[in-house]
Ligand binder design. Structure first.
Ligand code: URP
Ligand code: ZN
Ligand code: ZN
Ligand code: ZN
Length: 469
């Protein structure tokens, strides 16, 4: 059992900022000691503890990314990061927990999907991981299974109002899943876009010869995100269930969430760094480069960003996840040359979330504690992992990052660790970086060196949503 003392840093959690030493015994934090209390000295007195100096740095909980798709089969190909490469990249970026999406196979059971994803992730992950379940086929049988999954620690279920013929559920299915969510404690997560209407616009665009990546953004209209968001919320109210809207990108959709929350509805929403930092201008890049930025919901005109930042301040947006779903530009994104609807949807980002959000701390758009709240604590609470994950407190897992708020580095595919051949933020300088990363008490990244190994990460059985307690 290793014992570690992290000395001299500023411990930042969602609720506190205190100059304190962090005492770690084995896999857990055992105490926070204020300098001068003598506690840290006593802890280290027998010489067996490893001492890490965090002077001038923040000591923060490891990031919790509640939305990733490692090696996800999608759009005729498979997301480029495996559980091994993707979780290692996450660790490099200061994220120590992911919640990935297992998928119910067409015509199969939730259990089959879960078993398949367990087999992919087992013994491969660098950090701890959990699963949500994508329900692609809402049937009597799969609705019944939800209870078993909740008991197995898979306590959230994603449904799609988009992608007709693939992952789509109609309103009746959505309602039934929400009702079952209310009964079992399973939280329904919604991909809220009107997929039926979008498919009509896709067909019309292609018929006009509008085949470039930028049309992906035009056909996935902001109003069709807002309409589906509203519909999802009303269905949740009818079912008496809370709802969590994933990857929200449009001002109009946020307005629906805000209005519902103001009326006391338990509607929650996440956004992602790509919607906060990128725009349709990226989607319109020439020579098919826009394909790098094709994801759903799509990037919006830059004006939407201010609304999203405001939503993060008011808590109408309570989580920032990445929706990490990387496809290489060469060999994957190019499946859609001449037809934007064939570009695999998704962008890489699991490694860059903590640093990108830190830029907003530096320019005052969010506070330091709010940074930790949206990136660590609330995702952990929303998905039943708190306080094991998402904070630094006695009894919490020692998933701790020594974060240098002044380190400047440049985001680039040449230096990132994600298994994808481009960065959405190529050449962008950022200030702040994860210097040392501990996962359950073990140092896995330290000063530019990776010290962990595949299989360090454990599957996390989650409790039900803690955001309503
Ligand atoms: O474009 C995206 N978001 N790809 C991943 C699948 C999803 O809808 O989350
Ligand atoms: Zn989605
Ligand atoms: Zn996703
Ligand atoms: Zn870097």
């Amino acid at each position: 059992m290793t014992r570690t003392l992290i000395r001299g840093g500023l411990v930042v959690t969602a609720t506190d900022e205190i100059a304190a030493d962090v005492l770690i015994d084995g896999e857990q934090v055992v105490a926070l000691a204020t300098p001068g209390s003598g506690l840290a000295e006593a802890f280290a007195s027998d010489g067996t503890a490893t001492v890490l100096d965090a002077t001038g740095r923040y000591v923060i909980p490891g990031g919790v990314d509640a939305h990733t798709h490692m090696e996800m089969p999608f759009g005729g190909t498979v997301a480029a990061d495996t559980f091994e490469t993707g979780t290692r990249a996450a660790a490099w970026g200061g994220t120590t927990t992911i919640v990935d999406f297992a998928i119910q196979p067409a015509g199969g059971s939730l259990r089959e999907g879960l078993d398949t994803w367990h087999a992919k992730a087992e013994s491969r992950c660098a950090i701890d991981y959990a699963f949500h379940m994508i329900m692609s086929d809402v049937t009597e049988a799969s609705l019944k299974e939800m209870e078993t999954l909740v008991g197995a620690g898979v306590t959230s279920f994603k449904l799609f109002m988009a992608y007709p013929g693939v992952l789509y559920s109609d309103d009746g299915k959505v309602l039934r899943a929400l009702q079952r969510g209310a009964d079992t404690g399973g939280l329904i997560m919604m991909h809220a876009e009107n997929g039926i209407a979008i498919d009509v616009l896709v067909e019309q665009a292609l018929a006009r010869g509008n085949t470039d990546p930028r049309y992906h953004g035009e056909v996935r209209h902001a109003l069709l995100e807002a309409e589906a968001t509203n519909r999802a919320i009303q269905l949740a109210r009818v079912a008496g269930a809370p709802i969590y809207i994933v990857h929200l990108s449009a001002t109009e959709a946020l307005a629906e969430v805000t209005q519902a929350r103001d009326a006391g509805v338990n509607a929650f929403a996440e956004t992602c760094p790509q919607y906060l930092f990128l725009s349709v201008d990226d989607l319109a890049r020439p020579d098919f480069e826009g394909a790098k930025y094709v994801c759903s919901t799509p990037l919006r005109p830059a004006e939407h960003q201010a609304a999203l930042w405001r939503g993060l301040r008011t808590d109408d947006l309570s989580v920032v996840s990445t929706d990490h779903c990387p496809f290489c530009f060469t060999g994957q994104k190019d499946l859609g040359v001449g037809d934007f609807s064939k570009i695999p949807n998704g962008v890489p980002g699991v490694e860059t979330r903590m640093d990108l959000l830190h830029q907003a701390v530096l320019d005052g758009r969010i506070g330091r504690r709010r940074w930790i709240e949206i990136a660590c604590a609330t995702p952990a609470r929303m998905f039943g992992l708190y306080p094991r994950k998402g904070t630094i407190a006695p009894g919490s897992d020692a998933d701790v990052v020594i974060y240098d708020p002044a380190a400047v580095h440049v985001l680039s595919a040449r230096t990132h660790h994600m298994a994808v051949d481009y960065s959405c933020y190529e050449g962008r300088p950022v200030t702040g970086r994860a210097e040392t990363v501990l996962s359950r008490g073990r140092v896995i990244v330290d000063g530019g060196q990776y010290l962990g190994s595949a299989g360090d990460g454990c599957f996390l059985r989650r409790d039900t949503c803690q955001a309503l307690r």
